[in-house]
Write a protein that binds this ligand. Structure first.
Ligand code: SF4
Length: 61
């Protein structure tokens, strides 16, 4: 599974809080997915993060 953060990110930090293994806030203050493909043991928390994003900026493929 691959994950992308779109430019819709509003910098809330939820995805990093839920799944720091995959998401981090970059130097511009927006989220990025730094672990692709998503490690198998992080797939569930990545899906939770995607569902928790208030602006649906996390795309799973
Ligand atoms: S949960 Fe969504 S809006 Fe919040 S930091 Fe992550 S990608 Fe950005």
């Amino acid at each position: 599974m691959f994950v992308t953060v779109t430019s819709e990110c509003i910098e809330c930090g939820a995805c990093e809080a839920i799944c720091p293994q995959v998401f981090r806030m970059n130097s511009y203050g927006i989220a990025e997915a730094y672990s692709n493909p998503v490690p198998q043991d992080a797939e569930e928390s990545t899906k939770v993060a995607a569902k928790s994003c208030p602006v649906a900026a996390i795309i799973l493929e």
